[in-house]
Design a protein around this ligand. Sequence first.
Ligand code: AMP
Length: 219
Amino acid sequence: MPRPTGKVWVSLKIIMLGPPGSGKGTQAAMLKEQLGVPAISTGAILRSEIAAGTDIGLKADGYISRGELVPDDVIIDIVERRFLQPDCQKGFILDGFPRTTAQAEALDAKGVKIDAVVVLNLDDEVIVKRMSGRRICKKCDASFHVEKNPPKAEGICDFCGGALYTRVDDAPETVRNRLDTYHKNTEPLLDYYKNLLRNVESYGNIDDVLKSILAALGV
Ligand code: AMP
């Protein structure tokens, strides 16, 4: 791992891996504050493209609502453009990318050197139950849970005051599709990144999981 200079890391490139609903987005947002590097969520970028009615959004919408993966070329293009923004110079936390071997190979081909891959482990049945309580901010995509991580005011985002909603793809049937997709397409990345893995159990409350991640990263 690169050494921090004071509280600022020279460069830190982390991938958050794990099934949908294992807490990647919530933990990436908390880690971003701790580590001072941006959290990049391909899912959040796609949702904002859909809301804005762009060509990318129109392409992605059907795949997302069916719980399928958006084609690699669309995703790789989004990530490449996001990397060009200046805040990525000190590193980044990738939340939801890569999700296929082709996406991981595209990162390698770009010469991006990943420091650690945090794997959040959570059982499928716990995930299906958890997802029905998840609420997302329409404006900033922050994630809450009605029981495990409730907002201070019901239906309102703590961070930006945006309205909270339930994602269409969090419906139990779609979550099961997303889990199947994860096992088939994304789980092979555990082997791809076998030398960089930091396994963390994601059953506890969000602060305890964050502590475990920081310990696993050695920070
Ligand atoms: P997430 O917010 O990470 O749960 O992503 C929501 C949905 O966006 C996924 O179920 C996919 O349909 C799509 N998506 C997000 N990231 C990717 C990716 N790296 N590759 C393909 N599809 C993605």
